[in-house]
Ligand binder design. Structure first.
Ligand code: ATP
Ligand code: MG
Length: 247
């Protein structure tokens, strides 16, 4: 997600035909619009809640197939959505997942208790990094791979990669909205794993900590790093935030 632009949709949302067909008699609620026009809907009915991520045709940056593959792998080790279906038509493509319990860490009910959400984001990210076996991970999100996709100007802005501190399976978009929080304030799982892959843990830590300011205001980074169980590393944080902004 990008600063301030991805959010629950304001105003009416046109439900794509494919989403209406998937819903059948279920109620359709728009829950999210991302920076590239991708939409997420909740479908609620007798079969329990499902989520449909729909992306318009012509946005190769959003690839439901890549996310489905990563969810299937990560679901063996961690709490991530179970893939129910995927498909495409001329207008777009989609991924259907079973609802995880909990509410997004940026659900309107949490900013009243930002410390609870921030602690859950820190402990949840630590649990994810500890649970996913990097030696078995078939996906990469390495700095080298990401730098190779930048323009020459972008590469110059980002600069050289610091040595890897600890290689883990990174979430790939560890922004606050992608952590789900249970009613008791513990982390309930993670969504939005389309970029998941092996990388230095600071690739996630830098972005997760940066996103706290967008969603809760200043001053929550120390609590986040304490909940994860790590001291901030200024050099790696700067590098991975530059890389995030450049990509
Ligand atoms: N299976 C699920 N269970 C519960 N909530 C879900 C599920 N899938 C999606 N959501 C909710 O929908 C929101 C949007 O989904 P997701 O983050 O995957 O979309 P996105 O468009 O890729 O987001 P971003 O703007 O971060 O790139 C999530 O923040 C979460 O609140
Ligand atoms: Mg998201």
């Amino acid at each position: 997600m990008a600063r301030d632009l991805a959010a629950p949709p304001r105003g009416p949302v046109v439900v794509p035909e494919a989403v209406a067909a998937l819903a059948g008699a279920d109620a359709v609620t728009p829950v999210w619009r991302n920076t590239l026009g991708g939409l997420t809907f909740r479908l609620s009915g007798d079969r329990g809640d499902r989520y449909v991520k729909w992306v318009p045709a012509g946005t190769p940056e959003l690839d439901p197939g890549a996310e489905a593959d990563r969810l299937a792998w990560a679901g063996r080790y961690a709490r991530v959505p179970r893939v129910l279906d995927r498909g495409a038509d001329a207008a777009g493509s989609w991924l259907v997942t079973a609802a995880l319990p909990g509410r997004s860490a940026v659900d309107p009910s949490w900013p009243a208790h930002p410390e609870t959400a921030v602690r859950a984001i820190g402990t949840g990210l630590r649990a994810l990094h500890d649970a996913l076996p990097v030696a078995d991970c078939p996906f990469s999100w390495s700095a080298a791979d990401r730098i190779a996709r930048l323009s020459p100007a972008g590469r110059a802005d980002v600069g050289g990669e610091p040595p890897v501190d600890r290689l883990v399976v990174c979430h790939g978009d560890a922004c606050a909205p992608n952590t789900l929080v249970a009613d008791d304030g513990t982390s309930a799982g993670h969504v939005d794993l389309g970029s998941l892959g092996a990388a230095d843990r600071w690739a996630d830590l830098a972005v997760a900590s940066m996103s706290l300011g967008w969603n809760y205001g200043d001053g929550y980074e120390p609590l986040f790093f304490a909940a994860y169980g790590i001291a901030p590393d200024a050099e790696r944080i700067d590098f991975y935030r530059r890389l995030w902004d450049a990509a």
